[in-house]
Design a protein around this ligand. Structure first.
Ligand code: TXA
Ligand code: MG
Length: 309
């Protein structure tokens, strides 16, 4: 299969929009830019198309997908009895990189949620993602557009590295603004749980909504199946060092990729770059600003192979 490349500046021309819309309505996959990372999108209401996402990514069948919407009317079509505080979070942070877990409406194909009774939803802010969702007038299910286990893609070139020839089309919207995935929030009874730290800080949500976000319980059922897999891993081995120890850690023959200017925006592109250049080891120098970023520390620990649950 030849992968068509469409360009968004920042939205699609009407001709390219027509191409993307007809692929999606025809049950095909299209990789799309979002403000966090690129997504591998399919029409949420076509189970056969959703199955293609799992097959193409090599994604475990028990790892549910996020529904991407462009209006609150679309939320009503997929979520049942939304909690008022979840709606308050939506009002404050959407469109943007916050994913909220709702009770799933029966009309949503169960495969989207890996048969969980819930559905993860976010309203992206990227103009092209919004244009597409609005045009097909249906939510798009979209996980990150990487082969399962590989670092998430933050450019069209990253997506093509994993899927050139395997998907019908990609929309190139340039580099992603955040470069790290959305924050995911769910509920246990009446408490709000930070299921995945991400582009929006825990403190911003807590202060704005006046709630406390608890961490997922270490025992009992896994609330966010995606978090049990070793994600975000490059081929190279990763070593985390203190920036003060940088000299001793990199006094080698240049076979080590040393990363000193790490931020959420460039983490994944550095990991992919090190693999592209064939490095076998990546040394990441930790400083206070990295240590203070819960999302970044979470991805680094996962990239090192530390998986809980
Ligand atoms: O920024 C993002 O969220 C990107 C862009 C493309 O929107 N998407 C993304 O999707 O990161 P993915 O599939 O790579 O990660 C989805 C995460 C997984 O950890 C999954 O387990 C969790 O969301 N999730 C999805 N549905 C859930 C549900 N019903 N209950 C709990 N966790 C859920
Ligand atoms: Mg992912």
């Amino acid at each position: 299969m030849k992968t068509i490349r469409l360009r968004a500046h920042p939205t699609l021309s009407s001709r390219d929009l027509e191409t993307a819309v007809s692929l999606l309505l025809g049950g095909q996959l299209v990789a799309i830019p979002t403000e966090t990372v690129y997504g591998l999108a399919a029409d949420l209401f076509q189970p056969a198309a959703i199955q293609k996402i799992f097959t193409t990514k090599g994604r475990p069948a028990d790892n549910p997908l996020i529904a991407h919407i462009s209006s609150m009317r679309q939320l009503e079509r997929i979520a049942e009895r939304p909690h008022p505080l979840l709606l308050k979070m939506a009002e404050r942070f959407w469109p943007g990189p916050l994913t909220l877990i709702f009770e799933r409406k029966e009309t949503v194909p169960p495969i989207v949620s890996a048969h969980l009774p819930t559905i993860a939803v976010r309203m992206p802010s990227h103009p092209c993602a919004r244009q597409l969702i609005h045009s097909i007038d249906s939510p798009l299910a979209a996980p990150s557009a990487n082969l399962s286990g590989r670092p998430s893609p933050t450019s069209a070139a990253d997506v093509l590295e994993d899927f050139d020839g395997a998907i019908p089309a990609i929309i190139d919207g340039g580099p992603c603004a955040f470069g790290i995935e959305s924050t995911v929030i769910g509920m246990i009874d009446d408490q709000f749980v930070l299921l995945r730290p991400g582009a929006i800080d825990r403190a911003a949500i807590e202060n704005e909504i006046k709630i406390t976000l608890i961490d997922p319980p270490r025992r009992g059922p896994i609330l966010s199946p995606g978090m049990k897999y070793r994600h975000y891993a490059p081929k190279a081995k990763i070593r985390l060092v203190d920036s003060a120890d940088r000299e001793s850690s990199s006094a080698t023959d240049g076979s080590v990729y040393v990363l000193e200017d790490l931020g959420a925006q460039n983490l994944y592109s550095h990991l992919r770059n090190a693999d592209r250049l064939g490095y076998s080891e990546i040394v990441i120098c930790l400083n206070d600003s990295i240590r203070q970023s819960e999302a970044l520390m979470n991805r680094l620990q996962r990239a090192c192979g530390e998986v809980h649950g």
